[in-house]
Design a protein around this ligand. Structure first.
Ligand code: HEC
Length: 175
């Protein structure tokens, strides 16, 4: 009986010690993910306003209003990668996020266009890719349904980043 109580006390004490340790590990992982996301330019292609010189911090990673055209492949806007369940990647597991980052494969099986630099991200360590996934799951969800992607010939109802031959005039910023 005494031994039993002793065991319980040891168990309770170890839970009390281990729980904050686990939380600290999570914080460290999310911090690492934030560091890589900041460095990896995710904000550029995934936050609205960025390409107009005014990234909207209140909709961080909530999806771009600009699609990249790849001739012959289509046009691809940077998608909403916040944990919003309807319009973002809130239903994706960490493993599914890692598969998209490192293999360019979405949960629905579609391969992401190479303008999303997943060929480069394939070289992340698994720990770093998981840290990115943990950070993405920690940012505030943004409700923003990004249209597309668009096939060649589709009408694109949003801004388009396009490669043009020399001799064009530079566009003005939208009002
Ligand atoms: C040069 C622009 C660019 C950069 C930089 C970029 N992405 Fe992307 N990303 C895209 C585009 C465009 C798509 C959509 C491609 C498609 O639909 O085929 C995408 C798709 C994704 C997806 C899949 C979302 C979905 O719903 O299919 C995830 C996850 C993602 N990016 C995460 C990131 C992270 C994390 C970073 C930074 C480490 C990053 N991206 C950097 C352009 C970019």
């Amino acid at each position: 009986m005494v031994l039993e109580r002793f065991r319980l006390a040891v168990l309770a004490a170890s839970i009390a010690v281990l729980a904050p340790l686990a939380a600290a590990a999570d914080d460290a992982q999310i911090g690492r993910g934030k560091y890589i996301v900041t460095f990896g330019g995710c904000n550029d292609c995934h936050t609205p306003g960025y390409f107009f010189g005014k990234p909207d911090a209140s909709r961080f990673l909530g999806g771009s209003e600009v699609a990249f055209e790849i001739p012959g492949l289509g046009a691809f806007p940077g998608r909403n990668i916040t944990p919003d369940k309807e319009t973002g990647i809130g239903t994706w597991s960490q493993e599914q996020i890692v598969a998209a980052l490192q293999g360019g494969v979405r949960p629905d099986g579609r391969t992401l266009a190479p303008i999303m630099p997943w060929h480069a991200f394939a070289h992340l360590t698994t720990d770093d890719a998981l840290a990115i996934a943990a950070f993405l799951q920690s940012v505030p969800p943004v409700s923003n349904a990004v249209p597309g992607p668009f096939k060649p010939g589709d009408k694109v109802p949003m801004f388009l980043m396009r490669i043009l031959p020399p001799g064009e005039t530079a566009a003005a910023a939208p009002k």
